[in-house]
Design a protein around this ligand. Structure first.
Ligand SMILES: *Cc1c(COP(=O)(O)O)cnc(C)c1O
Length: 231
């Protein structure tokens, strides 16, 4: 029985990897420019070990406590991505165990991550979470807020500001998804130019929409249920 579950998981993982490669190639990108964050939230460590056995190394969790418990018992060469909203009272634990923090959405949080990471000699990579509305009219507000966050992030010594992250609304149709993901890419380009920095990462795309995200430039796709099954 256990074998069947494991085989199923590895098959799903391989299928997602194939889809990622094909989606990249279809738009003239090299498949290795898209990295798969396998979102293991709510699933036991045993499932992560199965995926690890199939050479998966990037895993995503949305709760700090759950991630901390898993990091303690799983191999050290796993790269841990915290993808969920981070509360300020969890920052200390988050910087202790996460390699990447994807959903950073306030100046306060940026400054706190920087300070607490410095105290324990860590240097987490962070991505700013941007809420891109389906309506172009709201894009200006997003952009101004993003510039404020970026201004704070580039000043920090104990974190590395590497990119932007977004989550498309549930049920968005294809044109809307293209709009949201391409808007994030343009915003990333604008920030990189404005601050004269490298901003390589775009974390966008989940089980339902990662192929569209890849077409629009995603470098991290965060895929959970298509690999591990229903939560
Ligand atoms: C749960 C989660 C995912 C993965 O969602 P699936 O639809 O299961 O692929 C991706 N990103 C974030 C921020 C999540 O919380």
């Amino acid at each position: 029985m256990v074998m069947r579950v494991n085989n199923y998981l590895v098959e799903q993982l391989d299928a997602v990897r194939n889809e990622i490669s094909q989606a990249a190639i279809a738009v003239g990108r090299k498949p290795e420019t898209v990295r798969l964050v396998a979102v293991s939230k709510t699933f036991p460590a045993a499932n992560i070990e199965t995926a690890y056995g199939a050479a998966q190394r990037l895993f995503g969790e949305n709760r700090v406590q759950e991630m901390a418990e898993k990091t303690e018992i799983l191999p050290d060469d796993i790269e841990w991505h915290l993808i969920g909203h981070l509360q300020s009272n969890k920052v200390s634990k988050a910087v202790a165990c996460a390699d990447y923090i994807h959903a950073v959405d306030s100046v306060k949080l940026i400054e706190r991550i920087d300070r607490l990471a410095g105290e324990i000699n860590k240097n987490p990579k962070i991505l700013l979470e941007i809420n891109i509305s389906g309506e172009t009219s709201k894009f200006g507000t997003t952009e101004i807020e993003a510039m404020e966050l970026a201004t704070a992030a580039v000043k920090c010594d104990n974190l590395e500001f590497v990119g932007l992250m977004t989550m498309a609304p549930y049920g968005a149709d294809e044109p809307e998804l293209h709009h949201i993901f391409s808007s994030l890419r343009r915003l990333r380009d604008n920030i990189a130019t404005q601050f004269a920095i490298q901003l390589p990462e775009l974390s966008m795309g989940m089980s339902a929409d990662y192929k569209i995200a890849i077409a629009e430039g995603a470098t991290f796709v965060r895929v959970g249920s298509a690999i591990f099954g229903k939560r």
